[in-house]
Design a protein around this ligand. Structure first.
Ligand SMILES: C[S@@+](CC[C@H](N)C(=O)[O-])C[C@H]1O[C@@H](n2cnc3c(N)ncnc32)[C@H](O)[C@@H]1O
Length: 193
């Protein structure tokens, strides 16, 4: 029997350090965010998602393009639910929610700020490529760039896999794991685990 996704992804979080500074790009209703909070107990977790309903043919099969959420009202409700769900950690300053695309959010962080970033936003090739290019510099040397749906073909075709493979080639990142449709890449440089 196929294991629930939260179990399949647990090993990624086990590669990260308790008290680390991290981000999840693409939050949806915050299920993985909750798992990060429970497992990692981060010093800071930035949640980045525009919660925008996408129209257009390319997005017809996306959960935020009609497959699950029906319209912008549904996306607004999801955002409100996430803010409510993490009201405690938000009040404690542990969680910060950024309602914007990952590209705009990248400007908020200094280079080397993150111990790790989990990329699970728009899966189209150009978006995953941009996320890796933009957030690579935001991760400290020896930190991790990870994400979901490596090796999975969906409405995004092979966008995640192609973007990750191209990013890794020639950049000196160590491929820590490609198991369970997760990619986990270690940035070159001094490791502080
Ligand atoms: C696959 S879901 C995220 C699932 C979540 N990480 C989890 O594991 O529970 C993809 C999310 O990416 C968000 N998204 C779409 N475009 C985005 C962008 N440019 N930047 C950040 N997030 C984006 C969507 O709104 C959607 O909530």
């Amino acid at each position: 029997m196929r294991r629930p996704r939260r179990d399949r992804r647990r090993f990624v979080l086990k590669l990260t350090a308790r008290g680390s500074v991290c981000a999840e790009i693409g939050v949806w209703r915050g299920d993985f965010s909750a798992q990060i909070l429970r497992t990692v107990r981060p010093a800071k977790l930035h949640l980045v998602d525009p919660w925008v309903f996408m129209t257009g043919e390319a997005y017809g099969e996306a959960r935020y393009g009609g497959k699950v959420a029906a319209d912008q009202n549904a996306m607004d409700r999801l955002y409100e639910e996430v803010v409510q769900r993490f009201a405690g950690p938000i009040a404690d300053g542990v969680v910060e929610v950024h309602r914007c695309g990952s590209e705009a959010a990248a400007d908020l962080f200094q280079d080397g700020y993150f111990d790790w970033v989990y990329v699970d936003g728009n899966h189209l090739y150009e978006f995953v490529s941009a996320d890796l290019e933009l957030y690579g510099p935001k991760v400290r040397d020896g930190g991790l760039l990870a994400g979901d749906d490596y090796g999975v073909q969906g409405w995004w075709e092979d966008g995640v896999t192609r973007a990750v493979d191209e990013f890794v080639a020639g950049r000196g990142y160590e491929v820590v794991s490609l198991a369970a449709n997760q990619f986990v890449l270690r940035k070159p440089g001094v490791s502080r685990s």
